[in-house]
Design a binder for this molecule. Structure first.
Ligand code: FAD
Ligand code: NAD
Length: 471
């Protein structure tokens, strides 16, 4: 595109938020340009986030299961060996396939793709510093900012992605560390700790709060997950803060103390993973020049139609409010374009699922017990353990439970929380139920195939207003 060809929409950032918006705009027949500075589409999620982490989680789980959980199944394996290089290659293959797929979808939907870094020249013009050299600029009637997020650094620890790493380094280590300290027991910390611990690293997780899992995870579920992860070999230091780190040529020392002050300790490690959250990314975008504002956390300030105070400039994904999740970014990509083309869009922020892809998985949607108590909502609880589910028993994989929270008076589902194999798939049903305003009785009176893990889901729903059959 050149300045002469004004676009209907210009999107800055080709991550999940940006690329989905671009495809949706192309489908709607809009003239659309997407600018991405990485040179590869898919953003954090496809390149260094969801996809590579899930590849490593899947294959490390397989390795761990073959090592620890086959004999009793009648499978004897000899000569098991880790080939880390090949495991990384398998990950890279998945990433490459998916990122190329988006380039294909761009072509299919007539999205003009510019590989370079975009910066505001004025309210309608974006200057682009091209990856292959040179510059161009592109004008848009509408502009969508979808510049994503980056790891929050830990003060005093300089990230080199080799010894002091973020998740980006944690998905690309070339040698198996002996000891790893993870700062932050949120989702990134626990997923990455799972990968390396399964492969043989001694992992200690230091978490400031009294529970793991990051914001949103129900306390009872978090406790259960911690117990199961501890059984797998991970060590936890809760209510503990890292005060400083010493990086030497061949070793690391991480100093920690009780969160409320007091007991101090030094932890040795080969690698320290900083996983204390992510923050919106907008470096070099030049948004200040046109008067767009961010809040004290760096999130772009927008209204319910994703508009900044300059109404034709919208913001979606990790760089604005809401959970930093790929599927949330995707929903916003669709809705932002629908606001442009139809004047209305729809995202139900009360029904966005969260999944932690450990083993077992942890998944939830809606509210947890602490949130309901804080709002003084009267609720009922229904639970069902996988140890009483026939399929989990035949699979010899019975850890975890399903927990329903429903309104005490109306029985309307308020939240569903699951620890268990396949929780990430099962939460889809809970999300649909929540979206449609279902009661737990609606779910319990729906036939679920036998023998499936989802029968535990049905029986937990049943247990909120009646008794479960199998427990
Ligand atoms: P991003 O994916 O960060 O994309 C923004 C893009 O904009 C980037 O590619 C960047 O290069 C580009 N950009 C920035 N500035 C400019 C500019 N000036 N010009 C041009 N381009 C620019 N979420 C899940 O839902 N499930 C998961 O399993 C999951 N796993 C994760 C695992 C890890 C290790 C991490 C780090 C994150 C994970 N996430 C997961 C979160 C998910 O990756 C993000 O929520 C998602 O990527 C947000 O999409 P986005 O488009 O808003 O931002
Ligand atoms: P997070 O906010 O989920 O967890 C960070 C944890 O670090 C919290 O528990 C916090 O209490 C703790 N913490 C903060 N400062 C600390 C300190 N100084 N010492 C010790 N602990 C400290 O953040 P994250 O795990 O880094 O993940 C970032 C984002 O990426 C999240 O929004 C998450 O949703 C997203 N993500 C999602 C998935 C998924 O959906 N499966 C996977 C990875 C990342």
């Amino acid at each position: 595109a050149t300045e002469a060809e004004e676009q209907d929409v210009v999107i800055i950032g080709g991550g999940v938020a940006g690329y989905v918006a671009a495809i949706k705009a192309g489908q709607a027949g809009l003239k659309v340009t997407c600018i991405e500075k990485r040179g590869i589409l898919g953003g954090t999620c496809l390149n260094v986030g969801c996809i590579p982490s899930k590849s490593l989680l899947n294959n490390s789980a397989l390795f761990h299961q073959i090592q620890h959980d086959t004999k009793n199944r009648g499978i004897e394996v000899e000569g098991l060996k880790l080939n880390l290089q090949q495991m990384m290659k398998a990950k890279d293959t998945s990433v490459a396939g998916l990122t190329k797929g988006i380039e294909f979808l761009f072509k299919k939907n007539n999205v003009n793709y510019i590989r370079g870094t975009g910066a505001f020249k004025d309210e309608h013009t974006i200057d682009v510093n091209l990856i292959d050299g040179g510059e161009t600029s592109v004008k848009g009637k509408n502009i969508i900012i979808a510049t994503g997020s980056e790891a929050t650094p830990f003060p005093g620890l300089t990230i080199d992605e080799k010894k002091v790493i973020t998740s980006t380094g944690a998905i690309a280590l070339t040698d198996l560390p002996k000891k790893m300290v993870v700062i932050g027991g949120g989702i990134i910390g626990l997923e990455m700790a799972s990968v390396w611990s399964r492969l043989g690293t001694e992992v200690t997780i230091v978490e400031f709060l009294g529970q793991i899992g990051g914001p949103g995870m129900d306390a009872e579920i978090s406790k259960m997950a911690q117990k199961l992860l501890t059984k797998q070999g991970m060590k936890f230091k809760l209510n503990t803060k890292v005060t400083s780190g010493e990086v030497n040529a061949d070793s690391l020392k991480i100093h920690v103390e009780a969160a409320k002050g007091g007991k101090e300790e030094a932890l040795d490690a080969d690698v320290v993973l900083v996983a204390i959250g992510r923050r919106p990314y907008s470096a070099g975008l030049g948004f200040e020049k046109i008067g767009i504002e961010t809040d004290d956390k760096g999130r772009f300030i927008i209204d319910h139609e994703y508009r900044t105070k300059i109404p034709h400039i919208r913001v979606i994904g990790d760089c604005t409010f809401g959970p930093m999740l790929a599927h949330k970014a995707e929903e916003e990509g669709v809705a932002a374009i629908e606001y442009i083309t139809k004047g209305s869009g729809h995202v139900n922020y009360g029904a966005i699922p969260s999944v932690m892809y450990t083993h077992p998985e942890v998944a939830w949607v809606g509210q947890n017990e602490a949130e309901l108590k804080a709002q003084d909502v009267k609720y009922k609880v229904g639970t069902f353990p996988f140890s009483a589910n026939s399929r989990a028993k035949t699979n010899l994989d019975t850890d975890g439970m399903v927990k329903f929270l429903s309104d005490a008076e109306t029985d309307r589902i308020l939240g569903v929380h699951i620890v268990g194999s396949n929780a990430g798939e099962m939460i889809g049903e809970a999300t649909l139920a929540l979206e449609y305003g279902a009661s737990s009785e609606d779910v319990a009176r729906t036939s679920h195939a036998h023998p499936t893990l989802s029968e535990a889901f049905k029986e937990a729903a049943m247990a909120t207003y009646d008794k479960a059959i199998h427990f």
